[in-house]
Design a protein around this ligand. Structure first.
Ligand SMILES: [Zn+2]
Length: 444
């Protein structure tokens, strides 16, 4: 018989509209899956987890994180963005060793889990050699996260890959598909971190998209960050080429034109907004929450790069909520059909179900629905900053932080309990991260 765990007596936010919220409810896990969500469940031979005083909800989903950069956290917010591009996507990125990719990816993924993010798309544009991909995949695996490894390009001769590029996506992605991702029914899946018309020649981006589709994987592409990129009208170009589809996620979209967002919506393209980074990245453009919602796209959220912001999803949600209310309240929106306000639950949905949709995993995660994978977090509602909880969704979106996350389950496996990460040697992780940081900042 499969292992059974009963999360008993919590305030359950299911994010499944058919189930709703339960002021006092139980969640039964069997093996990897959720088998029941109800006010009271009798479960024979189940480990009983006392979830009274806990808020029980689906794990968050981060749809765009440059995880490999985590060991140089918080370094680039206070300086000219051109320096970030020149260093991290230039000389330093080119000199990243496999152990730096491993250390950054492991640290980022473990921190994500610690903060209640059970699924993360690792946007890994540091594929200097095939061994760099192996290192990132190993790190995601060692962290125990549900991960989408989004394979990008090398940073050796980085500009030849990122500006008018004539180089097709590295063929190593075909090896990865065979070697690590022969099944889509596993904890780690594969995507292409692609370039599109802002970075590559037409024949190249067409060929890259064809390759991703031949491999049966999704693609994620940065779009319309900074005004200079908007002039390319990349989405319009892809629309005219007839290649937009629901297997694509576009990141940022800040300066993309309204008609381009409509083209995205018509084709089922999803969006990822790295809210905290976008707010910090002066000049990237206004975050297009209102314009995306006006055309019917419910954006997912992402931590982008911890070199410029906090990666956790509490931060993204809190800033998304405040930004939208301030933006709309201040009369800044020019999107006629944008909803006049956002609710707390809208924002929580961006961090859960919208993320599941943007990673092609809505059948597996994003809500507490019987049959889905048991990706579940417990947040301590009796911590000083949250108690006494009067509105559980409000507590999560407005005030909770990673330190309030008591327990985290990924596919039914506990990776955090009683506020402590399990299975991870924290001292070794810290040393590994420090060593890598020293190399990246000092020795390079
Ligand atoms: Zn990015």
């Amino acid at each position: 018989m499969k292992r059974r765990t009963l999360l008993a007596g919590g305030w359950v936010i299911s994010m499944d509209r058919a189930i709703g919220d339960l002021r006092r409810g139980d969640v039964l896990i069997e093996g990897e899956r959720i088998v029941a969500v109800a006010p009271h469940i009798e479960a024979e031979a189940a480990e009983r987890v006392d979830a009274r005083d806990m808020i029980v909800l689906p794990g968050f989903i981060d749809t765009h994180r440059h995880t490999w950069q985590t060991c140089v956290r918080h370094r680039y917010a206070d300086i000219d963005p051109q320096i970030y591009f020149a260093e991290m996507l230039g000389a330093k990125g080119a000199a990243f060793r496999t152990e730096d990719v491993y250390a950054g990816t492991l640290l980022g993924a473990v921190s994500a889990l610690d903060a209640g993010t059970t699924t993360m798309l690792d946007w890994s544009h540091v594929q200097n050699t095939p061994a760099h991909a192996d290192a990132a995949i190993l790190a995601l695996r060692d962290a125990g996260i549900r991960g989408i490894f989004a394979h990008g390009w090398p940073l050796i001769e980085g500009s030849s890959w990122m500006s008018g590029s004539e180089r097709g996506h590295p063929q190593d992605i075909c090896r990865l598909r065979k070697q690590y991702f022969s099944s889509d029914d596993q904890l780690l899946t594969l995507a292409m971190a692609g370039r599109g018309p802002e970075m590559a020649q037409r024949a190249v981006w067409l060929q890259d998209l064809r390759l991703a589709r031949e491999l049966g994987i999704r693609s994620t592409i940065h779009m319309g960050a900074y005004a200079r990129n908007a002039q390319v009208r990349a989405i319009a170009q892809m629309h005219e080429a007839g290649v937009l589809g629901d297997d694509l996620t576009f990141v940022h979209c800040c300066c993309c034109a309204d008609d381009e967002l409509s083209m995205m919506a018509d084709a089922g393209v999803t969006a990822s907004l790295g809210v905290h980074c976008e707010l910090n990245a002066q000049g990237i453009g206004d975050i297009p929450f209102d314009r995306l919602l006006a055309v019917g796209i419910r954006p997912s959220l992402s931590g982008d790069t911890e070199t410029k912001c906090a990666g956790d999803m509490f931060t993204q949600m809190r800033h998304a909520f405040a930004y939208y209310r301030s933006w709309m309240g201040g009369g800044h929106s020019r999107a006629a059909n944008a909803p006049p306000t956002l609710t707390l639950r809208d924002v929580l949905e961006f961090a859960t179900m919208a993320g599941a949709q943007a990673t092609g995993l809505a059948h597996k995660t994003g809500s507490l629905t019987p049959g889905k994978q048991a990706d579940i977090i417990l947040v301590r509602g009796n911590d000083l900053n949250l108690m006494p909880v009067s509105d559980a969704v409000g507590a999560i979106v407005l005030a909770a932080h990673p330190g309030n996350v008591d327990s985290v389950y990924v596919a039914g496996r506990a990776v955090k309990r009683h506020g402590r990460m399990l299975h991870i040697d924290m001292e070794a992780l810290r040393e590994r991260a420090l060593r890598s940081q020293r190399h990246v900042l000092e020795e390079m």
